[in-house]
Design a protein around this ligand. Structure first.
Ligand SMILES: Nc1nc2c(ncn2[C@@H]2O[C@H](COP(=O)(O)OP(=O)(O)OP(=O)(O)O)[C@@H](O)[C@H]2O)c(=O)[nH]1
Ligand SMILES: [Mg+2]
Ligand SMILES: [Zn+2]
Length: 295
């Protein structure tokens, strides 16, 4: 590293400028020329080199990414906290399972959390995801139940809260860290404006090199289109299928009704839930269809 350079981490990107945390504080930087030179657009979570020799600091390099997600644009995540409200917006298990599979494929730990449990209980949902082997949290931002448990879980890693608009991502961050005082809004107000309350991705420091990002919610339609997985790999991204995969009679078993399928047998014994298995079939067949369309 040159004398006039600092290491940093991008906290947010706004209108072509980047807020970069460095040992000299948070610097407002440009990334002039970086895309042209290296074909790379920096995103929040990127570890970067900043040249401070000119009056406006410039990002001159983006260090290798551990992982990267396009929507919301973020790099170097350890875990994604997938926020699902028990009521309004109604939970969509297919979309949840698809997001989980995509994050599994990128080796980002998916952590489902269920919000608004003061309005509707989450027992049935919770059971499905505990049984599949996930760490799950159930919280209410109205009476703060479950907030301490979630706070204790967060350590010196990088997390992002993602989910539909209105599920309570910003509210959850406010419950965890009241000093953030993030803007939140009722769903009726959001619909009225046709806008999400949170407009951009932003990382907040947790201390000990930990970060957590608030992100703009996506619509159900956007979520359904999110990411692509090859149909042949999808079974690998359902973690509770893994112990059975080697026992399927055929090596290329897709678990859709083949003879001697150990995944289907496990489902029949109740070791894999109907809910997750149904999502698998749907995600698999959608991926197959898409692959055939492109042949
Ligand atoms: N009853 C109840 N309401 C909640 C809870 N969490 C959030 N809300 C309400 O849900 C609405 C949406 O919350 P936000 O935190 O703005 O949702 P968001 O996910 O950040 O939404 P976007 O920024 O648009 O993506 C607000 O009216 C919150 O007060 C909860 O646990 N219980
Ligand atoms: Mg928000
Ligand atoms: Zn099988």
């Amino acid at each position: 590293m040159r004398m006039n350079s600092l290491n940093g981490k991008i906290l947010k990107s706004v209108g072509g400028f980047f807020h970069v945390e460095t040992s000299d504080g948070v610097l407002l930087c440009t990334a002039r020329g970086l895309f042209r030179l290296k074909n790379i657009t920096p995103v929040a979570g990127d570890n970067v080199i900043v040249d401070i020799s000119e009056s406006t600091p410039v990002i001159t390099d983006v260090l290798n990414r551990k992982n990267y997600i396009v929507r919301p644009p973020l790099a170097n995540l350890d875990a994604v906290i997938i926020v699902i409200s028990t009521v309004e917006p109604t939970p969509n298990r297919l979309i949840l399972d698809k997001l989980i599979a995509i994050f599994e494929s990128k080796e980002i730990e998916p952590v489902p959390i269920f919000t608004k449990i003061d309005r509707k209980d989450e027992d049935e949902l919770r059971e499905i995801y505990v049984k599949a082997g996930f760490t799950v949290f159930s919280i209410s931002n109205n009476d703060n139940s479950g907030i301490e448990e979630l706070r204790t879980f967060l350590s010196g890693k990088t997390y992002a809260l993602i989910g539909n608009t209105g599920v309570g991502k910003s509210s959850t961050l406010n419950s965890l860290f009241p000093e953030l005082a993030l803007e939140t809004a009722e769903i009726s107000r959001k619909l009225g404006r046709g806008k999400h309350t949170t407009r951009q991705v932003e990382l907040y420091g947790l201390g000990e090199n930990g970060y957590i990002a608030d992100t703009p919610g996506f619509s159900t339609v956007e979520a359904a289109k999110y990411g692509k997985l090859p149909s042949s790999d999808i079974g690998l991204y359902f973690r509770e299928f893994i112990p059975f995969l080697a026992d399927c009679k055929f090596a290329g078993c897709r678990h859709t009704g083949e003879e001697g399928c150990a995944v289907i047998k496990a489902k029949e014994r109740g070791e894999i839930t109907e809910s997750r298995f149904c999502s698998y079939l749907r995600i698999y067949s959608d991926a197959r269809k898409e692959e055939q369309n492109y042949k």
